[in-house]
Design a protein around this ligand. Sequence first.
Ligand code: AMP
Length: 279
Amino acid sequence: MKIINSPEEMQRTAQNIRRAGKTIGFVPTMGYLHAGHLSLVQTARTSADLVVASIFVNPAQFGPNEDLAAYPRDFERDEKLCRDAGVDILFYPTPGDMYLEEHSIWVDEESLSNVLCGASRPGHFRGVCTVVAKLLNIVLPDIMVLGEKDAQQLRILRRMVRDLNFPVKIIAAPTIRETDGLAMSSRNKYLTPAERLEAGCLFQSLEKARALFAAGERAAGNIKAAVRAAIEATSGKVDYIELVDDETLRPVQTLEKPALLALAVKFSKARLIDNTVLQ
Ligand code: AMP
């Protein structure tokens, strides 16, 4: 596995790979890798000749009072995990190399970004879109693998690729979970042992919603109330629980088309998200 720090070298390397007729599968991450990230690498391996993974804790997607400084980092461990998972190139740039002084061009999605995490985290998706646009221009992948765990991010990046004509195919990979259903996340590290025991409530609340839906419930209000009750039985504080149209992300009252049930819950230091599609 080759480690590349410089964006210029990464781009030159990607150009050479493409000139040689090989395809590139790309997995962007913020590091502190877990089995969810590695499942994306496996998907990329089966879909392209070479796999590039990136590790970059992107300052532009963190708000001023968020966890940029505290975000867990362990490059040595990540490097080994990537090597063992069959990553061919690990791209690991510095913030200074990614954002030159007076960086002044941003990619702003103006519709899907206004709800859910975009409403709670102003500017977050502007940072995500900008860094992913840059990474696509640097890594030049044929395919990019993204996790369904970040459902809104996935939909926004699909829109960006469509609206800005990026020549890349996005593949969505399912959420990998702990045995109690908690979605794997680098931020789970922030949970205290007591909170970790409670954090399974996100998944359990989604399961409850799925059961209600399967039994014929179509009123969004009733489904959201059941989800809220399951979360509020713990020390978790609801940031949002929303049922939105799976394509437009507009709120739905009655479930007639596929709907995305998305939630964000805060424990003392950890803000956790999860989702499911009801259809
Ligand atoms: P992150 O490092 O959190 O920015 O995530 C990098 C990529 O991994 C994103 O496409 C995420 O959606 C994906 N991802 C994060 N957690 C999981 C998980 N538990 N299962 C599958 N994919 C995940």
